[in-house]
Design a protein around this ligand. Structure first.
Ligand code: ZN
Ligand code: ZN
Length: 128
């Protein structure tokens, strides 16, 4: 049923890139350490996020074709789940990259996630 060479039936159903893809940080600029987060995020390498898909959208009329605008409007991007998009983490952070798993709904639109590696929890408001 499963063949490694059958191009049409690859294991991953998504066509999106991850943070290890050579084009993951095209048009991204590295961020600056802030608010005590001085250690470069091991996952996004200080970029705070990466491209899931290049040129996913057209540039809005009137916007200049600059790296900044391409990052903002044209590429479909992911925010890094380890540093929350900051690019840097606290020196006390020992986890090598959070992978969040939904645990439970904790009221209204608040959902609790737990990192499958370090067991840190995070409450995310999904109401917006
Ligand atoms: Zn990160
Ligand atoms: Zn973690």
């Amino acid at each position: 049923m499963f063949s490694y060479n059958s191009g049409m039936m690859t294991y991953t159903p998504t066509k999106y890139m991850d943070h290890t893809h050579p084009d993951a940080f095209v048009d991204h600029e590295r961020m600056q350490p802030a608010y005590g987060c001085t250690v470069e995020c091991p996952r996004c390498k200080g970029f705070g996020g990466w491209n899931l898909q290049l040129n996913a959208y057209g540039l809005p009329a009137g916007e200049a074709d600059t790296p900044e605008n391409r990052k903002k409007f044209v590429h479909f991007r992911a925010i890094c789940g380890h540093c929350n998009g900051w690019g840097f983490v606290s020196p006390e952070e020992t986890c090598q990259g959070h992978d969040w798993k939904w645990i439970k709904n904790v009221g209204n639109c608040l959902n609790r996630y737990e990192c499958i590696h370090c067991k840190k929890t995070s409450d995310v408001d999904s109401s917006d």
